[in-house]
Design a protein around this ligand. Structure first.
Ligand code: ADP
Ligand code: SF4
Length: 685
């Protein structure tokens, strides 16, 4: 335990206009897939952040009007007074924990296609909607702009009625009308709202003034502004117009919340932006131009970096979305001298993927994220043990480690057996690949925790057979034996093994992750998994100097990674590394000199020469041990198969499965069944 007073600066109250935040920890707006359709889940999740010490806790985007309808995505709404009670749940819950509640009002302009409301889409100029959907936005005329300002003012009033302390004007992420008016690429108007920066920024000025006028007596007005589009001279830059905007409005908002745009730059993954604090070079000028408090983000998880950012006068508040998701109790842990216990965000954007799917948020590091209300899970608390004493966890991957850690926290005697030389399973393996080093934080956190506990015994190089498990005589067994990649080509596109001639060298992702590199080139990676690992391997091998040919039945590289905001970066990186990409092709056969591919549309065949093949298709579950134990003579109190051995998925799914198994162990089965989870059921009123 260190001297906690070292970080006392981070726990000073800070005034924001008419309100005062209890400390410098600020959960900036972030989406969560809960929104207006899951208000109780949303309130409980935000309240958990407040309980964990975040002094300001914000909503996600909150639509101000039916002409900004983000359906089918689940964001917040303040279309009219009927939306107030759902948000009141959040403000009451956040206030009960002593924190301030903030709301990010938004009109999304052409970023909202209004699929539910079918309202006309609005923008500064005529243009398509932001994604492939058959609709165009119309240029707002002066009366549209007047109406929009009226909607914004009315929404601010409703936000105040809902109990919010901080109310946002939002010009960021290329996702809001004020931002669209500001950026020349969206705005080719020739009236007083177009042309010069002064004109393009006019709407922002009006919104700041009107929001102040409407609610500024008791609420702080925050301005969220993307100072740089990260497009170089093709976009707004922090040292040019970005700076000019800050100079122009320096003292107008009560708080500057500054970042970079678009969302993929703001929420950059560690794979493409390994440095925590990566936004600092772009935003550090802001505080020099204003006396108002400034909040900034950039995957800030290091307390020393936080302290230094405040002390160097870069920010007043430590902003966080993802670090607060991975560890809602990060501030509390710093305050109470438990830095070693912080679950650091790994920058994988699984949280982002859930919002992009319209489902409640989940997190690789924090399996309780999104489960606060529906399952009643708390990230730092778990019930103490029941009557059983001893537990055995077989397998030290993410599922086994999380299960063992939670069982140990509950007070059971835990024996953890791992076949390999080191703990970590697939996390250890995947984190060896190019760009994924930070993922190791998932196992580092858990191994560290387990090492501190006297009730845990860990055995490496212990590949347990069914006889071994029976001989150990431990009555409660959790089998987290994982899965391995197939070699035979069976996957999404081929439900039968591919015809393979003996001479070709076939590798799987497991071989590469174990350090084996292809002997003969070029290497053809066949990615029928289409999630992320195929693209990672292609980059990994290209960086290691191999000539790589990437073949996928999908119409792009790693299509799933669109959800984590990485797809464009991945394909760009492969192109830049000289990887030859063939999309829309499935593997028909492998000879000793190459592969026969079939077009997924026309079945037309083509031959590609290669020296080795990496098969990225599906995984085979390691369920033999479990199956043998299940039918064997020995009777266990508990025998459970968890993680990838039960259902191969993401690392986040494995951690979640391990957590669930430990939570449910010795719980009343009826309670567990009832708690499958609470649902927010539509009222029939
Ligand atoms: P998950 O993602 O479900 O945690 P992983 O594949 O990451 O799965 O990890 C499974 C771990 O289990 C691997 O490290 C593997 O070595 C280990 N393992 C598999 N079978 C056994 C066994 N019979 N005894 C001990 N460890 C095992
Ligand atoms: Fe961080 Fe990944 Fe959790 Fe998101 S899902 S908060 S990126 S660890």
């Amino acid at each position: 335990m260190y001297n906690t007073s070292k970080y006392s600066t981070l726990f000073e109250p800070v005034k924001i206009g008419p309100v005062t935040a209890p400390n410098r920890f600020y959960q900036v707006p972030h989406c969560c897939g809960m929104g207006h359709i899951r208000p109780q889940a949303h309130a409980a999740m935000r309240a958990m952040k407040a309980e964990g010490g975040w002094g300001v806790v914000s909503t996600e985007e909150t639509e101000i009007h039916p002409s900004s309808d983000l359906s089918p995505y689940a964001e917040q709404r303040l279309w009219d007074a009927r939306d107030i009670p759902a948000l009141r749940l959040m403000t009451d819950a956040v206030h009960a924990k002593g924190s301030l509640a903030a709301v990010e009002l938004v009109h999304n302009g052409n970023h909202a296609a209004n699929m539910l409301t079918r309202a006309p889409v609005l923008a500064p100029s005529d243009m398509s909607v932001d994604y492939a959907y058959p609709k165009q936005a119309r240029a707002m005329d002066i009366s549209d702009i007047r109406e929009f300002r009226r909607w914004h003012r009315a929404a601010a009033r409703r936000a105040k009625q809902a109990g919010f302390d901080v109310i946002y004007v939002y010009a960021g992420h290329h996702m809001s009308l004020p931002h669209h008016f500001l950026l020349p690429q969206f705005n080719d108007r020739s009236d007083e709202y177009g042309g010069s920066l002064e004109n393009r920024a006019r709407l922002i000025r009006e919104l700041l003034e009107e929001t102040h006028d409407e609610v500024g007596d008791t609420c702080a007005v925050a301005f969220r502004f993307a100072v740089d589009e990260m497009k170089g001279i093709d976009g707004m830059q922090a040292h040019e117009e970005g700076r000019a905007v800050v100079e122009m409005f320096a003292e107008m908002p009560d708080l500057w919340d500054v970042n970079v745009s678009d969302w993929s730059n703001d929420s950059a993954t560690t794979r493409f932006q390994p440095n925590d604090g990566y936004q600092t070079p772009y935003v550090e000028f802001v505080k020099k131009l204003t006396t108002k408090p400034v909040v900034a983000v950039g995957r800030l998880t290091s307390p020393d970096m936080m302290l230094s950012m405040v002390k160097r006068g870069i920010v007043d508040f430590i902003g966080a979305a993802r670090p607060s998701i991975a560890d809602p109790f990060l501030p509390q842990k710093i305050r109470t001298g438990r830095i070693d216990e912080i679950r650091e965000c790994i920058g994988c954007n699984i949280c982002v993927s859930s919002d992009n799917l319209g489902i409640p948020i989940r997190c690789t590091q924090n399996p309780t994220m999104g489960e606060e209300w529906r399952r009643g899970w708390h990230p730092e608390k778990i019930a103490t043990k029941g009557t059983q004493e001893e537990t055995l966890v077989v397998g030290g991957g993410p599922a086994g480690l999380e299960c063992a850690m939670q069982l140990a926290k509950r007070g059971y005697q835990v024996t953890l057996a791992e076949a390999g030389k080191e703990l970590g399973g697939r996390v250890l393996a995947e984190s060896r690949l190019h760009g994924l080093g930070a993922w190791k934080r998932v196992t580092d956190h858990r191994i560290y925790d387990l090492q501190q506990r006297a009730n845990v015994q860990m055995f490496m190089e212990s590949d347990l057979t069914a006889e071994d498990v029976i001989e150990l005589g431990i009555p409660n067994v959790f089998v987290a034996s994982g899965a391995s990649w197939r070699r035979d080509g069976v996957g999404r596109s081929n439900r039968r093994p591919v015809d393979i001639t003996k001479g070709m060298s076939i590798l799987t992702p497991d071989n590469i992750m174990a350090g084996k590199l292809p002997d003969n080139g070029p290497v053809l990676i066949y990615d029928d998994d289409q999630i992320y690992i195929g693209g990672v391997l292609a980059e990994h091998l290209a960086v290691a100097g191999h000539q790589v040919i990437f073949v996928t039945p999908a119409n792009m590289v790693s299509p799933w990674t669109e959800l984590t905001l990485e797809q464009v970066r991945i394909q760009k990186s492969l192109i830049e590394h000289g990887v030859i990409i063939h999309t829309g092709q499935k593997l028909a056969a492998i000879s000793d000199t190459g592969c026969r591919l079939a077009c997924v549309y026309s079945e037309q065949l083509r031959e590609i020469k290669c020296g080795s093949v990496v098969m990225v298709t599906e995984r085979t579950r390691h369920n033999d041990l479990y199956d043998t134990l299940k039918v064997g003579p020995s009777s266990f109190e508990t025998l459970e198969l968890i993680g990838d051995a039960a259902s191969p998925g993401l690392i986040a799914d494995a951690v979640y499965a391990g957590h669930m198994a430990a939570r449910n162990f010795e719980e009343d089965p009826d309670k567990v069944a009832q708690q499958f989870f609470r649902r927010e059921i539509v009222s029939l009123q």
